[in-house]
Design a protein around this ligand. Structure first.
Ligand SMILES: [Zn+2]
Ligand SMILES: [Zn+2]
Length: 249
């Protein structure tokens, strides 16, 4: 089993996970490959701004690798906003990550939670989210698209409506993912959150497969010990049932 989306308290302010315990617990649970993917945010307004320290993470990962039989990968979850593209590109130039996840945590001047509530309150469209997602993929900066339909975490209405209304641009994004050789993440945190299904939904994964997509990663996006590996088996069943394959860096 694999879990390629884990946060630690050392480098993600919103996590309680002690990295050494994460390794012990995951090994005990029977995982073979895991990855630390702490927050790397470049927007000073983001609460995770400044959490990450590449040299220290690298040191930690190298130290823990000596203490475990599991494959421990050095990853990072980078918050993407179009105006940060050059900053991110410069940052990644001299870093040696095993892989990076590009994630949307903000839309324009709003954090995703605020933006979703605002759109629902005002009856606004969700298209801007997908336009940013398209830019994220086209930037070529990342290996993995994090939690593809993350907006649904904060939605009160049925997220299927958003998918149907924006199906054309969802197709465009997925085609670009395939063209760029990127990989979609199946993020199982949605199973323990209000959506009750992974990010992205089965419908989007099915569409990805239909369009020629093959590879996905799998991660629980754990911020606490009780989240470690949560939903991974269910995610794996979904991946297998759709005929998709796991990508491991
Ligand atoms: Zn995220
Ligand atoms: Zn995360």
């Amino acid at each position: 089993m694999i879990d390629l989306h884990l946060h630690t308290k050392n480098f993600s302010h919103d996590s309680e996970n002690d990295p050494e315990r994460v390794v012990k617990i995951m090994e005990k649970k029977g995982f073979k490959t895991i990855a630390f993917t702490d927050h790397i945010e470049f927007n000073p307004k983001d609460p995770a701004y400044g959490d990450f320290d590449y040299e220290k993470v690298k040191e930690l990962v190298e130290d823990l690798r000596k203490k475990t039989g599991m494959k421990l990968l050095l990853g990072g979850e980078i918050g993407y906003e179009p105006q940060l593209e050059e900053t991110i590109r410069n940052y990644l130039k001299d870093k040696d990550f095993d892989f990076t996840i590009g994630s949307i945590h903000a839309v324009g001047d709003y954090f995703i939670s605020e933006w979703v509530r605002k759109q629902e309150r005002e009856g606004g469209s969700f298209r801007e989210y997908f336009e940013i997602l398209l830019k994220l993929v086209k930037s070529g900066l990342f290996d993995v698209v994090g939690h593809f339909d993350y907006y649904k975490k904060h939605m009160e209405k049925d997220p299927v409506e958003v998918f149907e209304e924006n199906r054309d641009i969802v197709v465009e994004v997925l085609e670009e993912v395939i063209k760029q050789g990127m990989v979609l993440e199946v993020n199982t945190s949605g199973l323990r959150q209000p959506p009750g299904e992974p990010y992205p939904s089965g419908e989007i994964l099915e569409l990805y497969k239909e369009l020629g997509g093959r590879y996905v990663t799998l991660g629980s996006d754990a911020h606490r010990e009780c989240h470690l590996g949560y939903g991974i088996e269910e995610g794996l069943r979904l991946i297998n049932s759709l005929g998709l394959s796991l990508w491991i860096p």
